[in-house]
Design a protein around this ligand. Structure first.
Ligand SMILES: O=C(O)C1=C[C@@H](OP(=O)(O)O)[C@@H](O)[C@H](O)C1
Ligand SMILES: C=C(OP(=O)(O)O)C(=O)O
Length: 448
C-alpha cells in the first residue's frame, strides 16, 4: 500500500560499467490475473514466479476477502483455492487496492455480476484516478455504483443480482477496462462481446482460454472483437509467470546508457502486445538482442542482452505502438535524453491518468536535470543531448509513481551528476528488489 508510509528519498550516482544477470520479478499483469482467475476457478491453482510487489499482494488480500483461500508456500510458490464463477462472498470490510489501477479495476469487474456489495479504496494516487471507464460498462451488466465526484474512489459497487451479458466497445485503449468487462461477463449468462479499436495487452484473453473459458478473438474492420461465453466452470491451472518486460526495461535502459555495460535479462515475456519499448530502442540504435527465444506458459519469452549504446538517435515513436509500451514511456524519455536528435512520442494521452500524470512528472524532472521537453495534451518530445551529456544534479518528485522514481534512478546512472527522487517508496509496488538488483549489476542507488 504505497503512499501510506514515510517518503524514502533516493539518489542515483553516475556509474558504469553495469554487468551481470538481472533476474527481474514476475509479470505484474499476469500475476494479478493469476490470482483473480484462480479465485474464480473451482479447485487449486498453483503459481510460480508470482510478483510479490505491493500491488499484487493487495490483490491477493482482496481475493481472500471475497472468499478464496490464497496461500504462499515455503518454496515460494502460491496456491489459490478458488470459489468458482459466481461464488464470491461479500467482503466484510473495505477492499484497499493500494496503488494499483489494475488490481482495483479487474476486481471490480470480477465481482460486478454477483449479488454482493463491495467498497473499494486506495492510496492518494489511486483515489485520484478515473474509475468511470470501468463502472460505465459494468452498469450495463446491472451494477450500481456510488463513488466520489468524477467517478473516483472510495467507491461502492452493488453487484448485479440478475446480470445480463453486454456488447461493449472500449472507448479508450485500456486492457484494464477490457479485462473488467470480460471478468464481469464470466458470470452473465450468454455471450459478452468486447470490441477494442486498438489492440491492448491480451493476457486476459490468453489466460481465460487457459482456464477453460469459451473465448474467441476476431480481427475485423470494427477492431478486435472478443466474444466470451458466460457461466463456464473455470478449471484450475498451473501457472509459471514470466518475468516482467516492464520491469526489465529499467536494467536494459540502464545498461544502454552506462559506458562498458553488458547485462543479460533472462526469461522476459515478449508478448507482442507488451514489447513495444524493445522495438523502439532497437530502432534508435540500441545494442539490444533477443537470445534463446522460446515459448513458456503460452507466452513468447526470450533473454534480453543489452550493451552500452553510445550512438542512439531520436525517433518518432509510431502512435499505434503506444499501447504495447504504455508503461515504458517514462524510461524511454530518459534514453531519449541520451540520444542525439529529438524523440517524439504521440498518441499517449493515457499517460496523463496513470499513477501520476506521467508526461508532467517526467517533464518536470527532466527539466530539473537540464533536459528540454515539449508537450501537448497527448504528445511530448524530448530533445536529446547525446550519450552521457545529461547534466543531472536535480531532485525530482515521484508523485507516488514507481515508474517515475525508477526512471530517474536510471537517469542518474548515465548523467554527469547524481539524480535524486523525493520518494522511492512506490518502487515496491512493482519491483521490490530494484535496489539490490541494480546494486548487484554495479549501480549506485542509495537511500537519502
Ligand atoms: O491490464 C493491465 O494489466 C495493465 C494495463 C495498463 O493500463 P490501462 O489498461 O489503463 O492502459 C497498464 O498501464 C498497467 O500497468 C497494467
Ligand atoms: C500503470 C501502471 O499500473 P496500474 O495502472 O496497475 O496502477 C503501471 O504499473 O505502470
Amino acid at each position: 500500500m504505497s503512499g501510506h508510509g514515510t517518503p524514502i528519498p533516493m539518489t542515483s550516482t553516475p556509474c558504469g560499467p553495469l554487468s551481470g544477470v538481472a533476474e527481474v520479478p514476475g509479470d505484474k499483469s499476469i500475476s494479478h490475473r493469476s490470482l483473480i482467475l484462480g479465485a474464480m476457478a473451482v479447485g487449486e491453482t498453483r503459481i510460480t514466479g508470482l510478483l510479490e510487489g505491493e500491488d499484487v499482494l493487495d490483490t491477493a488480500k482482496a481475493m481472500r476477502a471475497f472468499g478464496a483461500e490464497v496461500i504462499k508456500h515455503d518454496d515460494g510458490s502460491w496456491s489459490v483455492h478458488g470459489v468458482g464463477v459466481g461464488g464470491f462472498a461479500e467482503p466484510d470490510n473495505v477492499i484497499d487496492c493500494g496503488n494499483s489501477g489494475t488490481g482495483v479495476r479487474l476486481i471490480m469487474g470480477a465481482m460486478a455480476s454477483s449479488p454482493i456489495t463491495a467498497t473499494f479504496t486506495g492510496d492518494a494516487s489511486l483515489n485520484g484516478r478515473p474509475m468511470a471507464r470501468v463502472t460505465d460498462p459494468l452498469a450495463l451488466f446491472g451494477t450500481q455504483t456510488v463513488g466520489r465526484k468524477g467517478g473516483r474512489l472510495p467507491m461502492t459497487i452493488v453487484g448485479a443480482a440478475d446480470p445480463v451479458p453486454v456488447r461493449y466497445e472500449v472507448p479508450v485503449p485500456s486492457a484494464q477496462v477490457k479485462s473488467a468487462v470480460l471478468l464481469a461477463g464470466l458470470n452473465a449468462p450468454g455471450q459478452t462481446v468486447v470490441i477494442e479499436k486498438e489492440a491492448t495487452r491480451d493476457h486476459s484473453e490468453r489466460m481465460l482460454a487457459g482456464f477453460g473459458a469459451e473465448i474467441t478473438v476476431e480481427d475485423t474492420d470494427e477492431g478486435r472483437v472478443i466474444t466470451l461465453t458466460g457461466r463456464p466452470e473455470l478449471k484450475p491451472q498451473v501457472i509459471a509467470v514470466p518475468r516482467d518486460p516492464s520491469s526489465a526495461a529499467f536494467p536494459v535502459c540502464a545498461a544502454l546508457l552506462t559506458p562498458g555495460s553488458d547485462v543479460l535479462v533472462p526469461g522476459i515475456g515478449l508478448n507482442p502486445t507488451r514489447a513495444g519499448l524493445f522495438t523502439t530502442l532497437r530502432e534508435m540504435g540500441a545494442d539490444l538482442t533477443y537470445e534463446n527465444e522460446r515459448e513458456e506458459g503460452g507466452e513468447p519469452v526470450a533473454d534480453l542482452r543489452a550493451r552500452y549504446s553510445p550512438n542512439m538517435k531520436g525517433i518518432e515513436v509510431p502512435p499505434e505502438r503506444a499501447a504495447s509500451m504504455i508503461d515504458e514511456y517514462p524510461v524511454l524519455s530518459v534514453v531519449a535524453a541520451n540520444a542525439t536528435g529529438t524523440t517524439m512520442m504521440a498518441g499517449v494521452k493515457e499517460l496523463r491518468v496513470k499513477e501520476s500524470d506521467r508526461i508532467d512528472a517526467m517533464a518536470r524532472g527532466l527539466r530539473a536535470n537540464g533536459v528540454s521537453v515539449d508537450e501537448g495534451e497527448d504528445w511530448w518530445s524530448v530533445t536529446g543531448l547525446g550519450i552521457g551529456k545529461v547534466p543531472g544534479g536535480g531532485t525530482c518528485e515521484s508523485f507516488l509513481d514507481h515508474r517515475i522514481a525508477m526512471s530517474f534512478m536510471v537517469m542518474g546512472m548515465g548523467a554527469q551528476a547524481p539524480v535524486s527522487v523525493d520518494d522511492g517508496g512506490p518502487i515496491a509496488t512493482s519491483f521490490p528488489i530494484f535496489e539490490p538488483l541494480m546494486a548487484s549489476l554495479g549501480a549506485s542507488v542509495a537511500r537519502g
